[in-house]
Design a protein around this ligand. Structure first.
Ligand SMILES: Cc1cc2nc3c(=O)[nH]c(=O)nc-3n(C[C@H](O)[C@H](O)[C@H](O)COP(=O)(O)O)c2cc1C
Length: 215
């Protein structure tokens, strides 16, 4: 079967793209609401994009009323956000956090998720305003680097946010040593949620290693 994307509606393209670009990592994103409280929502149009500078990209569709989603509003205002890589044991909370709550209602409070500071483990707090979810083993504290408008004329708004990583939190429970004794992260211990199509998810069930070919 060949699918001609030029003949598809935007909704159909979305379905085919999200059914086939799999598995996708999920940016479980915390941001601060205007007036206080923390917003939390998952985004799987997400990936690591560059190392110098260290950039993560998260792509936002329009919200229900057509305007920006709450996370994007907060990032535009505060210029910072936290991206978590959720473990499979937090899948229910991750899914629940995608409920479209009225602006200002905190998913973090609603779901009773505990937070911790980025300085808890290694000192040197240097005044970070945003916390991380305590039970997520991997979290990136990011500052807004750039926002890029992606939508074509007449289509619903879609914005790519590039976040420059300031800090990575990696829990002791996921730290490991590689074959050369260097510190690394155990993917099995991190047990990251991978998004498939629609409401389908997977964990890393079949972990394998390969040596890269050398010239
Ligand atoms: C696993 C998952 C991945 C999602 N990925 C995206 C995404 O990449 N971009 C997007 O705009 N919405 C995505 N959504 C929908 C948002 O999470 C949802 O619109 C949420 O209510 C946004 O919250 P906010 O308005 O508080 O920012 C996803 C939902 C789920 C469950």
């Amino acid at each position: 079967m060949i699918i001609d994307f030029l003949r598809l509606s935007a909704a159909e393209r979305y379905l085919w793209m999200t059914r086939t670009v799999i598995p996708r990592p999920v940016a479980w994103t915390l941001s601060e609401n205007e007036g206080g409280g923390f917003n939390l929502a998952p985004f799987s149009y997400f990936n690591a994009l560059c190392s110098a500078p260290p950039l993560l990209g998260v792509s936002f569709a329009a919200g229900e009323g057509g305007g920006a989603k709450d996370t994007l509003k907060n990032i535009r205002r505060q210029k910072e956000f936290v991206v978590h890589i959720a473990p499979m044991k937090m899948l229910d909370a991750l899914n629940e956090s995608s409920a479209p709550l009225p602006y200002g209602e905190s998913e973090v409070s609603r779901l009773g998720l505990a937070t911790a500071s980025f300085s808890d483990d290694n000192g040197g707090g240097d005044g970070d305003r945003l916390p991380r979810l305590r039970d997520c083993p991997l979290a990136f504290l990011c500052e807004l680097s750039r926002e890029i408008s992606l939508h074509e004329e007449g289509a619903a708004e879609q914005f790519l946010v590039l976040g420059k990583i300031r800090k990575l939190y990696a829990a002791e429970t996921v730290l490991a040593a590689d074959a050369k004794g260097r510190q690394t992260v155990s993917a099995e211990c991190a047990d990251p949620v991978a998004r498939l199509s629609a409401g389908n998810y997977a964990g890393i069930a079949n972990f394998q290693s390969r040596r890269r070919p050398v010239k």
